[in-house]
Ligand binder design. Structure first.
Ligand code: RTP
Ligand code: MG
Length: 141
């Protein structure tokens, strides 16, 4: 089943703005099936661990503060070509550069508070899903 699943998070800005429902609707209408979902709030240390690949980047501390600033919704999503198709659906990191009709174009507030996360490879999708969900928590039918 490699390549059929991706991991996503609705980020604190979008949850706080009341956009979770609209974003979930777009995800489902684009053909993704939700196979795991939970709302939680990351501690600063958990946000730091999730984004550890970025720890040398200048925006890392800000990103960790922001990602632990309020509740998020973690999701595992299933679709053919899930990783690539989901990155297309969410649009560019910077909403100013995101295409019309993408989730970030519609809901992101800035390059940092950009509404949603999507895994950038099958390998990272597996790692990121396991950060939030046990095997038992992902639907397998
Ligand atoms: P993500 O991992 O959240 O799906 O976003 P991405 O691949 O499009 O972007 P990435 O380069 O992985 O950056 C991770 C998150 O860090 C924040 N960021 N801030 N201030 C900045 O210049 C800056 N650049 C990136 C964003 O929240 C970005 O989604
Ligand atoms: Mg990324």
């Amino acid at each position: 089943m490699a390549g059929k699943r991706t991991f996503s998070m609705i980020k604190p800005d979008a949850v706080a703005a009341g956009n979770s429902g609209a974003i979930l609707k777009m995800i489902e209408e684009a053909g993704f099936r939700i196979v795991a979902m939970k709302m939680t709030r990351l501690t600063l240390a958990q946000a730091g661990a999730f984004y550890a690949v970025h720890k040398e980047r200048p925006f890392y501390q800000d990103l960790c503060n922001y990602m632990s600033s309020g509740p998020i919704i973690a999701l595992v999503l299933e679709k053919e070509n899930a990783v690539e198709d989901f990155r297309k659906l969410i649009g560019a990191t910077d909403p100013a550069k995101a295409e019309e009709g993408t989730i970030r174009k519609l809901f992101a507030k800035s390059i940092e508070a950009n509404a949603i996360h999507g895994s950038d490879s099958d390998e990272n999708a597996t790692i990121e899903s396991a950060f939030f969900f046990s095997k038992l928590e992902e639907v397998n039918a």
